[in-house]
Design a protein around this ligand. Sequence first.
Ligand code: DP6
Length: 362
Amino acid sequence: MLDYKNPNLILETSEVEPGSFTWRSPSNLAIIKYWGKHGVQLPKNPSLSLTLSSSFTDTLLEYKPKESGDRNISLEFTFHQEPNEPFREKVVKFLESVTDIFPFLRQLDLTVRTGNSFPHSSGIASSASAMSALALCLCSLEHELFETLEDDDEFDKKSSYVARLGSGSACRSIFPVASLWGQTGEVEGSSDLFGLPMAEEVHDIFKDFHDDIMIASTAAKSVSSRAGHSLMDSNPFAESRYADAKRKLHFLLEAMKKGDLETFGRIAENEALTLHGLMMSSNPSYILLKPNTLEMIERVRRYREETKHPIYFSLDAGPNLHVLYPGEIIHEVRVFVDEELKPLCEEETYLQDWVGEGPVQV
Ligand code: DP6
């Protein structure tokens, strides 16, 4: 099985010049959800996401050769220009976990300076953008030091593999427009180990597509995604959920290829509510939706019914509502969002996002 372990990536430190890389990597919104995992960050079912634009993480990785022979990971870390010890410890742990892939990390003094485009308290999960940005920096570093990743597709594949080890959903953020993660007979070359680019497999309507993220609450989640995944191990509906996700993927791929928004939207909404249904049927059960989330869902459905506009919703593992629609109806939809949904948001906050081109090196 592909594992990218490479004991040969060892430096002659006297020859290394200090340097740095910066990557900007976006978040993504899963339409078929990844919920439940096994082994080392392997998904129980394939998932498919849209790559976002305006919710991103900027990460700068600086490196210089260590002067001491110390083999521990040496990391200085700032988040939004401030030292942040809990985040630093998480990053050190992650870097330790990938030293079989990048053994040279033990030979360098590293600095990571990172920050998100969205407010920390906005209730937007940052693990996908943060871990993909860091994985891209690590692959750039490997290539700079060893000239190993000349081929762009290989670079993306390895970045996606490494991002997955940090956070499963992060492996899908590497690619423009849309990405599929998880082995499925539907798509050749698909794997549980990395995401695949899907931009070529989807209709142009998804290339000008919006996701307005309605902030229903910024309160910390009562149950983390990590704990949520592990509760799936004892969920009585788990096996039928995994089978259902695989079945739905077939219809979603077909709809996205054709630009069939009605089928796309029906699956997106069903998956969002299924995800929360799984939380409600876990043991112990929990609810992340808020009353205003439900009110917003009703208003989206009513608006769709009345106007026949193709506007749909999705949810992540939290109470915020993602409102999805094609760019061609943005003017009408924004009036609805501003008048009917915004007043239901915490401090009337919502984020305007859209399907984007994937990470960029800056
Ligand atoms: C509901 O990728 O955050 O957003 O692998 O433990 O880091 P870890 O989990 P994470 O789970 C994301 C769950 C989800 C659905 C999805 O993005 O597919």
